[in-house]
Write a protein that binds this ligand. Structure first.
Ligand SMILES: [Zn+2]
Length: 84
């Protein structure tokens, strides 16, 4: 085997390998694994609901004309504020 033959054989092998890689890489790229949607938002919503309930300790803080602050819970459903 001459040096030239050896070189050509190597080059051909490299070419074949590159062709194989290109052919194999294309479908893999287009067929990217689709990650299933994570149900994280649903899980995060529950602690948030609990937090709003725990917020009842916090006061509305609305001030009336005489400078008193509303003692109702923050975001109270009642339309009127309570200053007692
Ligand atoms: Zn209030």
């Amino acid at each position: 085997m001459s040096k030239m033959d050896n070189l050509r054989a190597m080059r051909e092998a490299k070419y074949a390998a590159a062709q194989k890689q290109a052919a194999g890489a294309k479908p893999a790229a287009t067929r990217a694994p689709v990650a299933p949607p994570v149900a994280a938002p649903k899980q995060a919503a529950e602690p948030a609901a609990d937090a709003t309930e725990a917020d009842t300790d916090e006061l509305c803080g609305h001030r009336n004309m005489s400078g008193r602050t509303c003692t109702r819970e923050r975001g109270h459903a009642a339309k009127s504020h309570r200053y007692s």
